[in-house]
Write a protein of this length. Structure first.
Length: 293
């Protein structure tokens, strides 16, 4: 009987060991898949930002040249594959960001990670503004954007500086995230100076091109052309939609952060309770031994 019980105990231990190994392997597979999804979705959005900055930089040449670039960009991102890729990547990347925020056990991060986190959380603000002022305005109200129309709207609302500023965090976040992935490769470290040059120079050229286009639109008389009538009629509805989306985004981020911190607090309380409960039997046994002696 003792031998049978011993064999049963060993079998149970083997089953438990196999279950734990499979659980670890499944966890590793899920983490690998999430990293792949994060990298792929991040590359799609970084490509979008890269083309956006290049398009602005074409404005250094002329407003017409930038306009032709914008036509090509709209064909790419408004096609069915482009739409699925861009907005699908944004949704996946945002969902993974919320998962990371919820799962983080501490916030003792190096400065580069804090910059990357700040920049990443700012990126959806750009995408929301882009989606509302271009895609939503086009789908619902027939507003077809070109650089002159977009710049007129920005100048009329006084948000031209905000448009330039919102591109920077997304570019910083994407480039830092890509560098964190590539820095372990020798070829990437050899190209570090070239990559840094592109990282710094492209946003500067983009800003210069955008400023040049603004001056071209304003003209020598500094009088703005009228805002597109189709857009002006529905501007209040578009502004409301943008505010609602921004509010939803901020609520999701803040709510996820709160739930993650609440989970951490409850977990620490549970660990303290288990630690106290584990010490109590040992103390009782020690007291019993002293009494017996």
């Amino acid at each position: 009987m003792a031998g049978v019980a011993h064999e049963m105990a060993e079998t149970n231990m083997d089953i438990v060991g196999m279950t734990r190994r499979r659980s670890r392997e499944a966890k590793i597979s899920i983490q690998f898949l999430m990293r792949r999804l994060q990298l792929t979705s991040g590359l799609v959005m970084l490509t979008y930002l890269f083309l956006h900055l290049v398009n602005h930089a074409l404005g250094i040449g002329s407003l017409e040249l930038a306009g032709r670039g914008l036509v090509l960009a709209l064909r790419l991102w408004r096609s069915t594959p482009g739409t699925i890729a861009l907005y699908g990547a944004a949704s996946v990347h945002f969902a993974l960001a919320l998962h990371t925020i919820y799962g983080r056990r501490h916030w003792a991060l190096p400065p580069a990670e804090w910059i990357r986190l700040w920049a990443g959380l700012s990126l959806p603000l750009l995408l929301i503004r882009h989606a509302v002022t271009t895609r939503l305005a086009s789908s619902l109200y027939g507003f077809e954007p070109n650089y002159e129309r977009v710049i007129v709207v920005l100048l009329a609302s006084g948000t031209q500086g905000l448009q330039l500023a919102l591109l920077a965090p997304g570019w910083i976040h994407g480039c830092l995230g890509l560098w964190f992935r590539l820095r372990h490769h020798a070829w990437a470290r050899r190209m570090r100076l070239a990559l840094l040059t592109v990282f710094v120079l492209l946003p500067l050229l983009s800003a210069a091109g955008f400023i040049h286009m603004m001056r071209a639109v304003e003209g020598e008389s500094h009088l703005l052309p009228p805002v597109d009538a189709a857009l002006a009629v529905h501007q209040a509805a578009l502004n409301g939609a943008r505010r609602d989306l921004v509010t939803l985004y901020l609520v999701l981020v803040a709510g996820t952060l709160f739930l993650g911190q609440l989970r951490n607090a409850l977990e620490r309380r549970r660990l303290r309770r288990e630690s106290v409960d584990a010490r109590l039997p040992a103390r009782s046994a020690s007291c019993g031994q002293d009494v017996h002696e």
